[in-house]
Design a protein around this ligand. Structure first.
Ligand code: FES
Ligand code: FE2
Length: 323
């Protein structure tokens, strides 16, 4: 069982050729550079007097410090020149392992860490942001459906309509779980605008420990209509998310993308608002006490993985929800 995954830290599109970005990885500021030699990551710290290298520039493929002009080779991190000396010194920047895949930039301090398996397809919508809440609560929100009638009332589902009994099955895997739901009739605006044969949708939610939530919808022909991937990590402000969204609703898909992007933005904003309200109140009541029932299976599994108690979970459980 390998839980040591690279952390998604930025979208590839955020880092242009011959430039750098600053990110924070496990509380450490990190400089990521892209030059013709590839993509590299170093501690955002000039070994000379400690200035953030991200304040400097990338010149001729080298990282140049803003304070006294020391330069470092982008590929090796070795010092290449000290202007006042007209020579170099044997010193090297502290390296992080960096990898680019799925349109994302991933970081780790462990070279052997893995990149989680996501869709190889090209996402049509990319969204990112920050939620001031705790990781398990964010993951639960992304993966469970019972809040959708309230928080996304009228958009995904609605609290007005009579509810349907939906059978669900949760299956535990080595590094996460999947939940398979039965087909359900279209309820909210987003699903109702779909062509008829796409209106009966079946949800499958997937969790990959420690920070990936995937929500897919399939039509009655078992064709994936939409896939929402949230790749999240914890930082000092709560949780940072990178969302990749895929849509496939016949030939009309390209025309729907700009509209869908606004919808997803709105949906995520609604989740962010409720999660931050929840977090504000959890701070008032620090002793964690949640009452859960069998319909909270998704949360139960997430909390178990997050606290290392996943071996106590059953490998398969059937449960019902009224959606
Ligand atoms: S602090 Fe970077 S060159 Fe002096
Ligand atoms: Fe939601």
């Amino acid at each position: 069982m390998n839980f040591d995954f690279y952390t998604a830290i930025a979208f590839s599109g955020q880092l242009e050729m011959n430039s750098s970005i600053k990110v924070v990885y496990q509380k450490t500021p990190v400089l990521i550079v892209r030059t013709s030699k590839g993509i590299f990551a170093y501690e955002d710290y000039c070994p000379h007097r400690g200035l953030a290298l991200s304040k400097g520039k990338i010149i001729n493929g080298e990282i140049s410090c803003k304070y006294h002009g020391w330069t470092f080779d982008s590929e090796s991190g070795f010092n290449t020149n000290i202007p006042v000396k007209q020579g170099k010194i044997d010193c090297q920047l502290k390296r992080f392992f960096v990898y680019e895949k799925y349109g994302l930039i991933w970081l780790s301090t462990n070279q052997k860490a893995q990149i989680p398996e996501l869709s190889e397809q090209k996402a049509q919508i990319f969204l990112k942001g920050n939620i001031s809440a705790q990781l398990p609560n964010v993951l639960e929100n992304f993966l469970e459906g019972s809040h959708t009638h309230y928080v996304h009332d009228g958009l995904i589902r609605t609290k007005e309509k009579k509810r349907n009994l939906i059978q669900a099955k949760i299956i535990k895997s080595e590094n996460g779980f999947q939940v398979f739901y039965e087909h359900e009739p279209a309820k909210g605006f987003v699903t109702k605008i779909l062509p008829k044969k796409w209106q009966q949708l079946k949800a499958v939610s997937t969790y990959i420990h420690p920070g990936i939530a995937v929500l897919e919808y399939f039509n009655t022909e078992n064709k994936a209509v939409s896939r929402f991937e949230a790749i999240v990590n914890e930082n000092e402000n709560g949780v940072e998310y990178f969302a990749r969204i895929f849509l496939d609703i016949s030939w009309i898909t390209p025309m729907l993308i700009p509209f869908a992007k606004q919808m997803f933005k709105k949906i995520i904003q609604q989740d962010k608002d409720i999660l931050e309200l929840q977090e504000t109140n959890l701070v008032e009541f620090p002793e964690k006490r949640f009452v859960s029932d069998e319909t909270d299976m998704v949360g139960k599994y997430i909390y178990a993985f997050q606290t290392g108690k996943n071996s106590e979970l059953k490998s398969e459980v059937n449960f019902n929800v009224h959606w």
